[in-house]
Design a protein around this ligand. Structure first.
Ligand code: AMP
Length: 185
């Protein structure tokens, strides 16, 4: 199963990604997690990403795309993968398509977690991450609307998009996702 998970900050991508990866036995590839790991380890990549992350801006495509390409060329992807937080704009979606063509591993589905902004603000207020303060959250939502939301149309046109309602309990949402992803008879 080769999946992309897309949805606004606070939609529960990270949480659902963990459950879906366990269910399908596939690695969870979160660009946000990779950036945060690099930040904690003090690598050059982490230092470069920090300012963008603190502001809630996207890290430049040149940096992000080569990081993802390296990850997708590792040897643990025989069962597939779940990409969480990538792609986040049209250019990244185009690059992803090329990378996957090169490794002969096209996407099966793009799962969109749909949730309204009021619930997002409530959820993010209960997290404790550096980039979750109110101003940065507002900016990340704006970046999502302007840069990331357009890729949903792109994937709809590619016939890959599956959207689910992402409000409710964590277990219900996981169940909804798995049902939506299972092949139709
Ligand atoms: P996330 O954990 O997915 O919410 O990502 C946290 C932050 O990491 C984002 O606000 C961006 O600054 C950066 N980031 C994560 N994924 C990407 C991406 N695909 N492109 C650019 N920046 C990203």
């Amino acid at each position: 199963m080769r999946l992309v998970l897309v949805g606004p900050p606070g939609a529960g991508k990270g949480t659902q990604a963990e459950f879906l990866c366990a269910h399908y036995g596939i690695p969870h590839i979160s660009t946000g997690d990779i950036f945060r790991a690099n930040l904690s380890a003090g690598t050059a990549l982490g230092i470069e990403a920090k300012g963008y992350m603190d502001r809630g801006d996207l890290v430049p495509d040149s940096v992000t795309n080569s990081m993802v390409e390296a990850r997708l060329n590792e040897s643990d992807l025989d069962n597939g993968f779940l990409l969480d937080g990538f792609p986040r704009n049209a250019a990244q979606a185009a690059v992803l398509k090329e990378i996957l063509k090169g490794i002969n591993a096209p996407l099966d589905s793009v799962l969109e977690l749909q949730i309204d902004e009021e619930e997002i603000v409530t959820r993010l207020a209960s997290r404790n991450r550096d980039d979750d303060n109110a101003d940065v959250v507002r900016h990340r939502l704006k970046v999502y609307r302007e840069q990331t939301a357009p890729i949903i149309d792109f994937y709809r046109n590619e016939n890959l998009l599956i959207a689910i309602n992402a409000s409710g309990s964590i277990a219900d949402i996981t169940e909804r996702a798995i049902a939506a992803l299972s092949p139709k008879k």
